[in-house]
Unconditional design. Structure first.
Lengths: 350, 269
């Protein structure tokens, strides 16, 4: 019997299918929720980023990802965000002390990882940008990074074949605006959540740490590393001086933004998640490996202006650590490597 | 006969005066119109001409001006009875290179007699930290072409920008650039260079009526940028809030109301 022959049945069928449509829409609505595809991992605090104003959607994420890997954001089309923020290295510029930009020019700081940025309340080593949505303008306009005028990027995208369609998919119309551009990039970057390291699995009771790693974890707490690298994010997001002499660059860090004497030599405390692969270390990339970092805390801390009180507890500035203890802490730090995150094809260019 | 004519003219004039006056007295509830605030830009007593004209500051330093831009926001008009009408969420970017931008149109100003205007040079802290959806028009960081008014490395607007050249500049290209920003900071306290200007109409009133749309002419004297002690010979580049304080302390002196036109003009927008 066909529906055509029975008008009553047609009505029932329509009612049922309408019902299904209604339910499926409601479910889809719930899935995308106020924060969309973004979800807070177990044990993580509420994000700082206001996802209500920019929920992560699949199309927004895909647009953001395309923009992230697109050289058109730079003056001569050669440098994309992905150039200095490489996934395999937790989105840092591996191996480069100072990150390299356009025409082979060198910046004055080491590119920071893009990981768990939804929980970050400021960006850059000096915290000069306070909102993820405002972040991308800086590398685009920096003469040694992408050296392009931000308005020009928007113009190029407007005139392109591909982007207006993608903006329509993500935001409803083909209009390319700075707000949509920046918020799409934010959607991609917000999605770069790393919360499945071996340490996370250990916390969830799904993995064990070796004896050395456990000793390292204990020392990490006992020696107060977690004073600054605190909580599940392994940073308290503060600006502190860890006793690095400004001999390399004369970089005064947070002072550049606040112009306050008490902020001289202070830099943002970086997260330690995936720290194993984000070498070299410190704002100027002066240490090529974690051994160098631990040697600094044990033996190299300088009494610079505004040295953090946490590093002044002993007669000798720094943290008292034997060579063996340094090795144990490094072993623990390596448990913060999230191989799933570093290899997640969803985040990759291709 | 002559004296009669004069008397007649006088009478006519009186009639006109009274009729104008009585029109000015009549305000019905809900009456409103536009008010134009127009910046007439000078350096000292000479009209500001970009690039070609050489001026002298109070220290006798020769200079030319290639760019003069500033944001005007949080405008408030004071009525003769002392109460104020505010215009929140309206931001204007005045650019000498763009003649149209020198006239700010305040829409739907309630009919009243106004005696002074107050405004902020710059973009207030609330707007400076707002979501991108709140930054349209002149607040869109992508709206400035090659004449940037936004600091990307230290998130915030450039409130005021004056650039030019001077033989006394220590810069190899003999240019000077003073960029003023700094709203007080968000994640940390930073210098605050927001400045509020009050320009009194000097006994004049701007009479907004249903059929009168006044224009307030504010004379600006860009030479006042140097009135707080700034010298090109010692400072040729300013690109941070702390260094910009003397510029802001100088330009607070640069705005004076010269005259007010109370032109008949229907607001039909």
């Amino acid at each position: 019997m066909t529906i055509k022959n029975n008008p009553k049945r047609l009505g029932v069928c329509l009612t049922i299918s309408f019902g299904i449509w209604l339910v499926s829409c409601t479910l889809a609505g719930k899935e995308t929720g106020p924060s969309g595809l973004f979800s807070v991992p177990e044990g993580f605090p509420e994000p700082v980023y206001n996802l209500a104003v920019n929920p992560v959607t699949e199309d927004g994420f895909q647009l953001g990802k395309k923009l992230f890997f697109d050289g058109r954001l730079s003056r001569d089309g050669t440098i994309s965000c992905g150039e200095c923020h490489n996934q395999a290295h937790s989105f840092t510029h591996h191996g480069h002390g100072f990150s390299h930009g356009i025409d082979g020019k060198e910046g004055f700081r080491n590119a920071q990882p893009i990981v768990n940025v939804a929980w970050q309340n400021s960006f850059f080593w000096d915290g000069g940008v306070f909102n993820l949505d405002l972040f991308a303008i800086a590398p685009i306009e920096n003469p040694v990074e992408m050296d392009e005028k931000f308005p020009n990027v928007i113009e190029k995208l407007k005139k392109s074949e591909d982007y207006p369609k993608l903006f329509k998919k993500a935001f409803g119309t083909e209009e390319v605006t700075s707000e949509r551009f920046l918020k799409a990039l934010s959607q991609y970057m917000l999605s770069l959540v790393s919360a499945n390291s071996r340490y996370d699995q250990y916390l969830a009771g799904k993995a064990r740490l070796t004896e050395t790693e456990m000793k390292g974890l204990a020392l990490f707490k006992e020696k107060g590393c977690n004073t600054c690298h605190s909580g599940i994010l392994f940073t308290d997001h503060s600006f502190r001086s860890n006793g690095l002499a400004a001999e390399y660059t004369g970089d005064l860090g947070r002072f550049r933004i606040t112009e306050n004497e008490s902020d001289k030599n202070k830099f943002k405390v970086p997260t330690l998640r995936n720290i194993e692969v984000t070498y070299p270390y410190m704002h100027d990339g002066r240490f090529r490996n974690l051994e160098g970092v631990l040697e600094h805390y044990a033996d190299g801390v300088q009494e610079v202006d505004n040295l953090d009180p946490a590093l002044k507890k002993n007669p000798k500035p720094g943290i008292a650590l034997t060579k063996e203890q340094q090795g144990q802490i490094i072993a623990f730090l390596k448990t913060l490597t999230d191989t799933e995150f570093l290899n997640n094809k969803r985040f990759s260019k291709f | 006969m002559n004296s009669f004519k004069i008397a007649l003219l006088g009478l006519l004039w009186m009639t006109l005066l009274f009729s104008c006056d009585s029109a000015a007295e009549t305000i019905s509830p809900g009456d409103k119109n536009n008010m134009i605030i127009e910046f007439d830009q000078y350096v000292g007593n000479e009209k500001l001409v970009l690039n070609s004209k050489t001026y002298k500051n109070t220290a006798g330093e020769d200079f030319t001006i290639s760019t003069l831009n500033f944001f005007v926001s949080n405008i408030a008009l004071k009525k003769s009875d002392g109460t104020e009408v505010t215009f929140p969420d309206q931001y204007f970017l005045v650019r000498q290179a763009d003649a149209a931008s020198l006239k700010l149109t305040l829409k739907d100003v309630p009919a009243a007699d106004y005696t002074s205007v107050r405004y902020t040079i710059g973009v207030d802290s609330l707007k400076s930290v707002s979501d991108l959806s709140q930054r349209k028009g002149v607040l869109d960081p992508a709206s400035y072409g090659n004449d940037n008014m936004y600091w990307s490395w230290n998130s915030g607007y450039i409130f005021f920008k004056i650039e030019g050249s001077s033989p006394l500049s220590s810069d190899p290209a003999k240019v000077f650039m003073y960029h003023v920003g700094g709203y007080g900071g968000y994640t940390g306290k930073t210098p605050n260079n927001l400045r509020t200007i009050t320009a009194d109409f000097g006994g004049n009133t701007a009479t907004v009526r249903k059929d009168i749309s006044p224009t307030v002419h504010i004379i600006t004297d860009a030479g006042q940028v140097f009135s707080a002690g700034l010298r090109i010979s010692t400072t040729s580049m300013i690109h941070s809030p702390a260094a910009a304080k003397p510029v802001a302390d100088g330009y607070v002196n640069m705005f004076k109301v010269d005259h007010v036109h109370n032109d008949k003009h229907d607001h039909k927008e």
